[in-house]
Design a protein around this ligand. Sequence first.
Ligand code: CP3
Length: 355
Amino acid sequence: MTALKNDRFLRALLKQPVDVTPVWMMRQAGRYLPEYRASRAKAGDFMSLCMNPEFACEVTLQPLDRYPQLDAAILFSDILTIPDAMGQGLYFETGEGPRFKKVVSTLADIEALPIPDPHKDLGYVMDAVSTIRRELNGRVPLIGFSGSPWTLATYMVEGGSSKDYRKTKTMLYDNPQALHLLLDKLAQTVTSYLNGQIMAGAQAVQIFDSWGGSLSAAAYQEFSLAYMKKIVSGLIREHEGRKVPVILFTKGGGLWLESIADAGADALGLDWTCDIGSARDRVGSKVALQGNMDPTVLYAKPEVIRTEVGRILASYGKGSGHVFNLGHGITPEVNPEHAGAFLRAVHELSAQYHE
Ligand code: CP3
């Protein structure tokens, strides 16, 4: 394997010294980039990009070619590959978001769900990871990812995106054993899926608990965090002679940072609703932090973006343990030049916080 030319992302996740604060953006390969839209048109649709390792590799590398400041690549795929591999039949309606041909509603539906084998049933993802690693040729580390069991369950039970998770929460309160069985199957699947990605070449992994913040404090512990803990304890933590850091991102999890920091991961992803300096005071001795600029700041003028970056860097303060990111994914309406101004500002303004 080629040696990494830029490892500041992995170093910051392990709180080792860095020259500047590393940065990447959630959803960095996506519709705000004209080159992404061109590749998607060539492939036909979004799922064809995901399922063809050459296309997945092409779009993963697009933001890196445009922005030399990016300190990590993230596998181009989707969290919904898992419910698709469980037989739900994922498809995307243009402008409508994800949909499933089959929805999971009853205990019998859940009992019938198979546990996918990452190599047999999700081999296209493993092939994408190894293709991207080869093409990256050590430029920056590659991040693998999965959805959290709770977040995946919301899509599987609702049949797509939802504002209030009404069916999933009804199951949670009326039929908790059924939801626990689903979450347990998902935790087993996510563990082997992420371990498959690590063996194929992912150098860090992130679990997206995008909708954990919709739960009550008690339900979050029992129906989301408990399963992420289980996954973390089953992950391969060292590969190719290096640690493989694990990042947990619960959007809306700011109130529960202390307990999330106890889950055994190396780093926590923060959305923009918490102050990163206060978060560091609360958990900084246990984990590194990733985040947390409001993605809508990227609609503003480059000078304003720079000021916001400076404010977040100052709030975190001196020393390693911070990976700069947005507090959620970059949106399709962002001007790519504004994203560039953001990335440059992180490196330019952060040198003063590192020795
Ligand atoms: O970050 C990256 O660049 C890697 C690629 C990535 C995608 N989805 C590509 C994508 C990652 C990490 C994801 C994760 C994902 N997918 C999450 C968790 C992260 C988050 O945002 O909270 C969730 C909830 C999904 C489910 C999903 N996928 C939805 C709800 C949608 C449709 C809504 C939307 O944003 O359009 C998708 C589609 C999707 N996944 C797109 C991309 C680039 C857009 C599809 C297109 O090109 O038309």
